[in-house]
Design a protein around this ligand. Structure first.
Ligand SMILES: [Zn+2]
Length: 240
Protein backbone atom coordinates (compact mmCIF):
# COMPACT_ATOMS: atom_id res chain seq x y z
CA UNK A 1 0.00 0.00 0.00
CA UNK A 2 1.22 3.46 -0.78
CA UNK A 3 2.06 5.10 2.59
CA UNK A 4 0.66 8.34 1.27
CA UNK A 5 -2.77 6.73 1.20
CA UNK A 6 -2.70 6.00 4.89
CA UNK A 7 -0.82 9.10 6.04
CA UNK A 8 -3.02 11.03 8.46
CA UNK A 9 -4.30 14.34 7.19
CA UNK A 10 -3.74 17.49 9.15
CA UNK A 11 -6.83 19.43 10.15
CA UNK A 12 -6.20 22.93 11.44
CA UNK A 13 -7.54 23.81 14.88
CA UNK A 14 -10.45 26.33 15.10
CA UNK A 15 -7.98 29.10 16.04
CA UNK A 16 -5.81 28.35 12.99
CA UNK A 17 -8.88 28.24 10.75
CA UNK A 18 -10.03 31.58 12.16
CA UNK A 19 -6.52 32.97 11.54
CA UNK A 20 -6.78 31.95 7.89
CA UNK A 21 -10.11 33.73 7.64
CA UNK A 22 -8.66 36.88 9.25
CA UNK A 23 -5.75 36.92 6.78
CA UNK A 24 -7.98 36.39 3.76
CA UNK A 25 -10.46 38.98 5.04
CA UNK A 26 -7.70 41.54 5.61
CA UNK A 27 -6.32 40.95 2.11
CA UNK A 28 -9.78 41.24 0.53
CA UNK A 29 -10.54 44.43 2.49
CA UNK A 30 -7.25 46.02 1.39
CA UNK A 31 -7.92 45.22 -2.26
CA UNK A 32 -11.50 46.55 -2.12
CA UNK A 33 -10.89 49.56 0.12
CA UNK A 34 -7.18 50.42 0.58
CA UNK A 35 -8.18 53.14 3.08
CA UNK A 36 -9.16 50.39 5.50
CA UNK A 37 -5.49 49.47 6.07
CA UNK A 38 -5.41 50.53 9.74
CA UNK A 39 -8.31 48.18 10.48
CA UNK A 40 -6.75 45.34 8.50
CA UNK A 41 -3.41 45.83 10.24
CA UNK A 42 -5.08 45.87 13.68
CA UNK A 43 -6.92 42.62 12.90
CA UNK A 44 -3.69 40.94 11.78
CA UNK A 45 -1.76 42.14 14.84
CA UNK A 46 -4.52 40.93 17.18
CA UNK A 47 -4.57 37.59 15.41
CA UNK A 48 -0.81 37.14 15.70
CA UNK A 49 -0.92 38.12 19.37
CA UNK A 50 -3.55 35.39 19.93
CA UNK A 51 -1.40 32.82 18.10
CA UNK A 52 1.71 33.79 20.06
CA UNK A 53 -0.19 33.60 23.37
CA UNK A 54 -1.53 30.15 22.46
CA UNK A 55 2.03 28.96 21.70
CA UNK A 56 3.41 30.37 24.97
CA UNK A 57 0.76 28.52 27.00
CA UNK A 58 2.09 24.94 27.17
CA UNK A 59 -1.24 23.35 28.17
CA UNK A 60 -3.39 25.10 25.56
CA UNK A 61 -5.35 23.13 22.97
CA UNK A 62 -5.70 26.18 20.72
CA UNK A 63 -2.98 25.18 18.22
CA UNK A 64 -4.00 21.50 18.05
CA UNK A 65 -4.63 18.45 20.27
CA UNK A 66 -2.52 18.33 23.41
CA UNK A 67 -2.55 15.72 26.17
CA UNK A 68 -2.68 17.50 29.52
CA UNK A 69 -4.07 14.38 31.26
CA UNK A 70 -4.20 10.69 30.49
CA UNK A 71 -7.39 9.77 28.66
CA UNK A 72 -9.97 7.98 30.81
CA UNK A 73 -10.24 4.39 29.59
CA UNK A 74 -12.73 2.26 31.47
CA UNK A 75 -10.64 1.35 34.49
CA UNK A 76 -9.27 4.33 36.39
CA UNK A 77 -5.97 5.35 34.81
CA UNK A 78 -2.91 5.75 36.96
CA UNK A 79 -0.67 8.77 37.16
CA UNK A 80 1.99 9.33 34.51
CA UNK A 81 5.48 10.23 35.67
CA UNK A 82 7.28 11.98 32.82
CA UNK A 83 10.95 12.87 33.03
CA UNK A 84 12.47 15.33 30.57
CA UNK A 85 15.78 16.43 29.06
CA UNK A 86 17.89 13.28 29.65
CA UNK A 87 19.52 10.93 29.52
CA UNK A 88 21.99 12.34 32.03
CA UNK A 89 24.91 10.15 33.20
CA UNK A 90 24.72 11.43 36.80
CA UNK A 91 20.99 11.71 37.40
CA UNK A 92 19.31 9.10 35.18
CA UNK A 93 20.86 6.03 36.91
CA UNK A 94 19.58 7.33 40.26
CA UNK A 95 16.13 7.94 38.79
CA UNK A 96 16.09 4.40 37.37
CA UNK A 97 17.04 2.96 40.78
CA UNK A 98 14.23 4.90 42.48
CA UNK A 99 11.69 3.77 39.92
CA UNK A 100 12.83 0.15 40.34
CA UNK A 101 12.54 0.43 44.12
CA UNK A 102 8.94 1.66 43.77
CA UNK A 103 8.16 -0.76 40.93
CA UNK A 104 7.03 2.25 38.94
CA UNK A 105 7.44 2.89 35.26
CA UNK A 106 7.92 6.30 33.72
CA UNK A 107 8.05 8.03 30.37
CA UNK A 108 11.32 9.73 29.51
CA UNK A 109 11.05 12.61 27.03
CA UNK A 110 14.63 12.46 25.82
CA UNK A 111 16.72 14.87 23.74
CA UNK A 112 17.87 13.11 20.56
CA UNK A 113 21.48 14.31 20.78
CA UNK A 114 21.73 13.01 24.34
CA UNK A 115 20.27 9.66 23.32
CA UNK A 116 23.09 9.36 20.75
CA UNK A 117 25.74 10.50 23.23
CA UNK A 118 24.54 8.28 26.11
CA UNK A 119 23.18 5.42 24.05
CA UNK A 120 23.91 2.79 26.74
CA UNK A 121 21.83 4.78 29.20
CA UNK A 122 18.98 5.18 26.72
CA UNK A 123 19.01 1.43 26.11
CA UNK A 124 19.00 0.82 29.85
CA UNK A 125 15.91 3.02 30.26
CA UNK A 126 14.05 0.86 27.75
CA UNK A 127 15.48 -2.41 29.12
CA UNK A 128 13.99 -1.56 32.50
CA UNK A 129 10.52 -1.20 31.02
CA UNK A 130 10.21 2.55 30.60
CA UNK A 131 9.26 4.45 27.45
CA UNK A 132 11.42 6.96 25.60
CA UNK A 133 9.55 9.69 23.77
CA UNK A 134 10.60 12.61 21.56
CA UNK A 135 11.71 15.89 23.15
CA UNK A 136 13.37 17.23 19.96
CA UNK A 137 16.90 16.61 18.70
CA UNK A 138 18.77 19.48 20.37
CA UNK A 139 16.24 21.20 22.71
CA UNK A 140 16.77 24.54 21.01
CA UNK A 141 15.76 27.50 23.13
CA UNK A 142 14.27 29.15 20.06
CA UNK A 143 12.24 26.05 19.09
CA UNK A 144 8.98 28.00 19.18
CA UNK A 145 10.42 30.54 16.71
CA UNK A 146 11.43 27.96 14.09
CA UNK A 147 9.82 27.79 10.66
CA UNK A 148 8.14 24.61 9.44
CA UNK A 149 11.29 23.10 7.82
CA UNK A 150 13.54 23.64 10.83
CA UNK A 151 10.82 22.45 13.19
CA UNK A 152 10.31 19.34 11.08
CA UNK A 153 14.09 18.71 11.13
CA UNK A 154 14.28 18.95 14.94
CA UNK A 155 11.40 16.52 15.46
CA UNK A 156 12.33 14.02 12.75
CA UNK A 157 16.04 13.92 13.72
CA UNK A 158 15.08 13.01 17.30
CA UNK A 159 12.67 10.39 16.00
CA UNK A 160 15.53 8.83 14.00
CA UNK A 161 18.08 9.08 16.84
CA UNK A 162 15.76 7.36 19.31
CA UNK A 163 14.85 4.64 16.82
CA UNK A 164 18.49 4.03 15.93
CA UNK A 165 19.49 3.56 19.58
CA UNK A 166 16.44 1.84 21.09
CA UNK A 167 14.82 0.17 18.07
CA UNK A 168 11.43 1.71 18.78
CA UNK A 169 9.80 4.86 17.49
CA UNK A 170 8.34 7.43 19.86
CA UNK A 171 4.57 7.94 19.84
CA UNK A 172 4.58 11.26 21.69
CA UNK A 173 6.32 14.60 21.38
CA UNK A 174 6.83 17.27 24.01
CA UNK A 175 8.04 20.70 22.92
CA UNK A 176 11.14 22.20 24.59
CA UNK A 177 9.82 24.21 27.57
CA UNK A 178 6.35 23.40 26.21
CA UNK A 179 6.58 26.36 23.80
CA UNK A 180 5.13 25.99 20.28
CA UNK A 181 4.03 27.85 17.24
CA UNK A 182 1.30 27.19 14.64
CA UNK A 183 3.64 25.06 12.47
CA UNK A 184 4.11 22.26 15.00
CA UNK A 185 0.76 20.49 14.76
CA UNK A 186 1.09 19.68 11.05
CA UNK A 187 4.64 18.37 11.63
CA UNK A 188 3.40 16.04 14.38
CA UNK A 189 0.45 14.76 12.34
CA UNK A 190 2.79 13.91 9.46
CA UNK A 191 5.03 11.91 11.82
CA UNK A 192 2.06 10.31 13.63
CA UNK A 193 3.15 11.86 16.91
CA UNK A 194 0.82 13.11 19.61
CA UNK A 195 1.66 16.21 21.60
CA UNK A 196 1.89 15.67 25.35
CA UNK A 197 2.28 18.40 27.92
CA UNK A 198 1.43 17.91 31.58
CA UNK A 199 -1.10 18.41 34.35
CA UNK A 200 1.41 19.80 36.84
CA UNK A 201 5.15 20.38 36.96
CA UNK A 202 7.53 20.31 39.89
CA UNK A 203 9.77 23.17 38.70
CA UNK A 204 12.70 20.92 39.59
CA UNK A 205 15.00 22.66 37.13
CA UNK A 206 14.97 25.77 39.32
CA UNK A 207 14.34 24.27 42.75
CA UNK A 208 16.58 21.67 44.44
CA UNK A 209 14.16 21.43 47.39
CA UNK A 210 12.77 17.91 46.93
CA UNK A 211 9.91 18.47 49.42
CA UNK A 212 8.75 21.60 47.61
CA UNK A 213 8.92 19.82 44.25
CA UNK A 214 6.91 16.91 45.68
CA UNK A 215 4.25 19.24 47.10
CA UNK A 216 3.83 20.96 43.74
CA UNK A 217 3.41 17.63 41.97
CA UNK A 218 1.37 15.68 44.47
CA UNK A 219 -1.27 18.02 45.75
CA UNK A 220 -4.02 17.28 44.90
CA UNK A 221 -3.13 14.13 42.96
CA UNK A 222 -5.86 12.68 40.76
CA UNK A 223 -6.02 9.66 38.50
CA UNK A 224 -4.92 10.61 35.00
CA UNK A 225 -2.53 13.36 36.08
CA UNK A 226 0.62 13.78 34.00
CA UNK A 227 3.50 14.94 36.19
CA UNK A 228 6.59 16.67 34.82
CA UNK A 229 10.05 16.11 36.29
CA UNK A 230 13.59 16.30 34.85
CA UNK A 231 16.68 14.13 34.81
CA UNK A 232 18.54 16.47 32.44
CA UNK A 233 18.86 20.13 33.49
CA UNK A 234 17.64 19.20 37.00
CA UNK A 235 18.63 21.40 39.91
CA UNK A 236 21.16 19.49 42.03
CA UNK A 237 21.22 19.15 45.77
CA UNK A 238 24.51 19.73 47.59
CA UNK A 239 25.18 16.01 47.93
CA UNK A 240 25.21 15.63 44.18
ZN1 LIG B 1 12.89 20.12 28.14
Amino acid sequence: MNPREIAPRWKPSPLLLASGVVHLGAAAALIARPGLWPWALSALLANHAALAAAGLWPRSQLLGPNWTRLPAQGAAPGVAITIDDGPDPNVTPQVLALLDAERASATFFCIGERVLRYSDLAQEIVRRGHAIENHSQSHRHNFSLLGPRAMNAEVSAAQESIFRVTGSSPQFFRAPAGLRNPFLDAVLVRMKLRLASWTRRGFDTVSADADAVFRRLAGPLRAGDILLLHDGHAARTRRQ
